[in-house]
Design a protein around this ligand. Structure first.
Ligand code: HEC
Length: 150
């Protein structure tokens, strides 16, 4: 018989008040959104906890905007600054803005976050990103605010 709390997909819903407000706002504006179970800030916390060190936005910028032996950087498909819609570097499909403050759907679904980090880090760096690298990228992405729009 499976354990009652078995499985990686069940998360506590004790969100920070601001996170809860953001999720409520999201639920109101995006009725068809996928399961929102987290936030970009909580994802950054999750990985800096796993790494055991604080995140660095500067290291995140460097990782995100550099190539790692292949043809693409993360910025090839997600932009630099990562604040506007982009075209996929190979298929040409539109990719919505990446920085969470420019796209409230970003980093709100743990399964989506994990799936795409795994896939895209392998595509760009031929390996999975470390917890520290993911925390760093989130720290950088969280620095973009709409008031900084050119
Ligand atoms: C060849 C194009 C391409 C490259 C290069 C790329 N991505 Fe992506 N990425 C996508 C697409 C397509 C999606 C899924 C559609 C979407 O979410 O807009 C996505 C989604 C994601 C998501 C999900 C975000 C969310 O909304 O929860 C993460 C995380 C992500 N990418 C991280 C990265 C990282 C880190 C790199 C560099 C190591 C990278 N990507 C490079 C195309 C790319």
């Amino acid at each position: 018989m499976p354990a009652p709390h078995h499985g990686g997909m069940h998360f506590s819903h004790r969100f920070l008040p601001t996170a809860r407000a953001a999720l409520l706002a999201l639920a109101c504006t995006l009725p068809l959104a996928h399961a929102a179970d987290t936030t970009a800030a909580l994802q950054m916390q999750r990985w800096s906890d796993a790494a055991g060190a604080p995140a660095s936005a500067e290291r995140g910028r460097a990782f995100f905007t550099s190539r790692h032996g292949g043809e693409w950087s993360c910025a090839s498909c997600h932009g630099n600054p990562p604040t506007t819609a982009m075209r996929h570097a190979s298929t040409g499909k539109t990719i919505a803005p990446f920085a969470p403050m420019f796209n409230p759907e970003r980093f709100t679904d743990t399964a989506k976050v994990d799936k795409w980090f795994r896939r895209n880090c392998k595509d760009v760096a031929s390996r999975e990103c470390t917890a520290a690298e993911k925390a760093d990228m989130l720290a950088w992405l969280l620095q973009f605010h709409p008031k900084d729009k050119p």
